[in-house]
Write a protein that binds this ligand. Structure first.
Ligand code: SP5
Ligand code: ZN
Length: 342
């Protein structure tokens, strides 16, 4: 299988993540990409190709212009304030302060555009986010023009990014940008299947009222797991999007026997929705040894996941999301892709 990747994804080298009340080295680190690439080469998965530059137009097709502008300017403005650390949001418009006016001050703007405090903005963040969406776009274009499966080794990930919010290590919603590109290229309906441990809140939000993208997500129950405030089974879409959103929240500790039932149900829903392209939000943090997640999938389970995805028989684009057990990330990703091709 063809992989798209560029070294520009490594331009984001954040030093800090707020975790358990302390600033730790971010789980979403550049080494993740190196290790996936290494395993792709070891396993002779196929050619690794550079993406092309698509500019910001396909990003603006799903993200708000003021949000993109904020991401472009944030780091420079933070530095101009003389701040010592990385830019981390620390106040939000919560239930008692609706926040109808977007503040001028950067601290207020950070709170407006952030959905969580786990994600700092640092030098190179905007550039890496652009490289990541270019990988997603190049990958989906390859699947569209050839009908062949392809893998986009995106970093930073995308599925937590909403139309005007970053967080959960995500800035541009790569899967959403790719899905919109496929629709704008003539596809009538696209499926996004999110197998990352965490609910794809951003992807759900972007497409919640639309019937041209079917979104399904299998994830840790938000009553117990990040992002906590979205991802319940009762969220089925709104308006013309009603019936085009399917959430499978599973209990922490769930293993593949439970997980695969959700997968089979999701695949049956995707089949019924008659989608012309499948985009897989491929997080491998459902792995048993993931340091921040709570499912119990084994490396062999990821191979079976790939086999079942192939059973749908639809042109498929895989886009990298999470996965933080760095010692196994390459094996788990390549197992899905090889299982798909088997
Ligand atoms: C793309 C993706 O997988 N994003 C996940 C973002 C989750 N960020 C919050 C992580 C909280 C970690 N707390 C676990 C403590 C273990 N030391
Ligand atoms: Zn995740």
């Amino acid at each position: 299988m063809l992989t798209f990747h560029t070294a520009a994804t490594q331009l984001r080298q954040a030093r800090t993540e707020l975790d358990g009340g302390v600033l730790v080295a971010p789980y979403e680190c550049p080494e993740r990409v190196d290790l996936v690439l290494k395993r792709i080469q070891q396993a002779s998965l196929g050619e690794v190709r550079e993406p092309e530059a698509f500019g910001l137009e396909p990003v603006l097709a799903i993200h708000d212009p003021d949000y993109v502008q904020f991401l472009a300017e944030c780091w420079e403005q933070w530095c101009a304030l003389g701040r010592k650390g990385e830019a981390i949001a620390w106040i939000w418009p919560t239930r008692t302060m609706p926040g109808d006016v977007i503040p001028d001050h950067l601290d207020g703007r950070l709170g407006h555009y952030a959905l969580s405090a786990d994600t700092s903005i640092c030098a190179g963040t905007f550039e890496a986010a652009q490289a990541s969406k270019d990988i997603a776009l190049s990958t989906v274009r390859h699947s569209l023009t050839t009908g062949e499966p392809a893998f986009g080794l995106c970093r930073p990930p995308g599925h937590h990014a909403a139309s005007d919010q970053f967080g959960g290590y995500c800035f541009f919603n790569n899967a959403g940008v790719a899905a919109q590109y496929a629709l704008d290229s003539g596809k009538r309906r696209v499926a996004i299947l999110d197998v990352d441990f965490h609910h794809g809140n951003g992807t759900q939000q972007v497409f919640y009222e639309r019937d041209d993208v079917f979104f399904a997500s299998i994830h840790g129950d938000p009553c117990h797991c990040f992002p906590y405030f979205l991802g319940h089974a009762s969220e089925t879409g709104r308006g013309r999007g009603d019936g085009f959103n399917a959430n499978y929240p599973l209990a922490p500790g769930s293993a593949f026997d439970v997980w695969v039932q959700a997968l089979d149900d999701a695949l049956a829903r995707l089949r019924a929705a008659e989608c012309e392209l499948l985009i897989v939000s491929l997080g491998v943090d459902a792995f048993e040894d993931d340091p921040i997640s709570e499912f119990k999938l084994t490396s062999d389970d990821f191979s079976e996941m790939g086999r079942r995805l192939a059973g749908l028989g639809v042109p498929t684009t895989f886009l990298m999301e999470g996965g933080y057990a760095v010692e196994a990330i390459g094996t788990n990703v390549v197992n899905v892709l090889q299982g798909f091709e088997a």
